[in-house]
Design a protein around this ligand. Structure first.
Ligand code: PMV
Length: 326
């Protein structure tokens, strides 16, 4: 038998305390720790087949053949997997997302988490969760947080061996919901890989990093104690401080649109009126509105009052990256 195949499913995640900037760009060792939760209703499913007859690696995403930088990134990642297995075999990678690519929802985390498990299994490796998280990190930093279940913390570490993510609470620990207000479907001009390289050019980055342990401690405790208000203040502060770094980088990165600011202000008003709700934004203008299950329908009915929101996605806290039948 010369063919080996495996399929895996992974969820994207939303960071409550953000990762922005690397100590080692190539190995994606971050300058600070981060905390996220997985998004259960969104997923990437990836099938990997290694076969002696293949002459090169190939990739399809949602049944479309991919070449250029998208394929190059996957080939570099497969090189790491081949190195670990000490096998020189080419792969066919077939990936699909249940959320349309180009909606502005980051798919690299779920993509590299699913690829880590399917590729390592297909080539004959049996990696532990920690090893899988370290491997996923090499494809996209935040992908390491999509490997374990539920609420997850990425310990920054100093080297490849100790930079990985671990679950701090199960998916059913706390019924948080992420309501994603998609305001733009444009592909971002500067992606996060380049963005991380620019972080140090901001005079604010050092201050952001210096204070991160304090923010991590508060959010970790708030999650464990299910204290929404404590979490909310820190989550918004952390998103704002990352965007302050982005805006003051050289060249500056301005991801917010005017509607993003309108949504942020509205969310703050809702919280002042007693609703457990807060916002956070990644490297894009879409706003992740975090609330609890009991309030999610109310938020979804109120959001369209803000004109200009294109689509809304809803996700509860999701499970870990796992193997599936093809
Ligand atoms: O994993 P990357 O390189 O796509 O970086 C993710 C960066 C942010 O989404 C902005 C923050 C985070 O922690 O997810």
């Amino acid at each position: 038998m010369t063919t080996d195949t495996a399929s895996a499913i992974a969820h994207p995640n939303i960071a409550l305390i953000k990762y922005w900037g690397n100590k080692d760009q190539k190995l994606r060792i971050p300058v600070n720790g981060s905390i996220s939760f997985n998004l259960d209703s969104l997923f990437t499913k990836t099938k990997v087949t290694f076969d002696f007859s293949f002459q090169s690696d190939s990739l399809s995403i949602n049944e479309q053949e991919i070449s250029g930088p998208g394929l190059d990134r996957v080939v570099s990642f497969l090189d790491i997997v081949r190195g670990l297995a000490e096998k020189q075999l080419f792969a066919r990678v077939e990936s699909e997302n249940n959320f349309p690519v180009g909606t502005g929802i980051a798919s690299s985390a779920s993509a590299f988490a699913a690829l880590s498990l399917s590729a390592s299994k297909a080539i004959g490796l049996s990696l532990t969760e920690k090893e899988l998280s370290r491997l996923a990190r090499r494809g996209s930093g935040s992908a390491c947080r999509s490997i374990p279940e539920g609420f997850v913390e990425w310990f920054p570490g100093e080297s490849d061996s100790n930079s990985y993510a671990q679950s701090i609470a199960t998916p059913n620990h706390w019924n948080l919901v992420d309501i994603i207000a998609v305001v733009s479907i444009e592909h971002k001009k500067v992606g996060s890989t380049t963005g991380h390289e620019l972080a140090n050019s901001s005079p604010l980055q050092n201050a952001r990093v210096r204070d991160t342990d304090h923010r991590l401690q508060i959010v970790r405790k708030a999650i464990l104690e299910q204290d929404f208000l404590k979490m909310a203040e820190m989550v918004e502060m952390d998103s704002n401080i990352m965007h302050a770094v982005m805006m003051t980088s050289n060249p500056p990165l301005m991801y917010w649109e005017s509607i993003s600011i309108t949504i942020m202000k509205t969310v703050k008003e809702w919280r002042a009126a007693g609703i457990p709700v807060c916002y956070t934004l990644d490297a894009g203008p879409n706003v992740h509105v975090i609330t609890t299950k009991g309030y999610s329908d109310k938020i979804i009915s109120m959001l369209p009052e803000i004109k200009g929101i294109k689509t809304i996605y809803k996700a509860s806290v999701g499970g870990k990256t796992r193997l599936v039948e093809d």
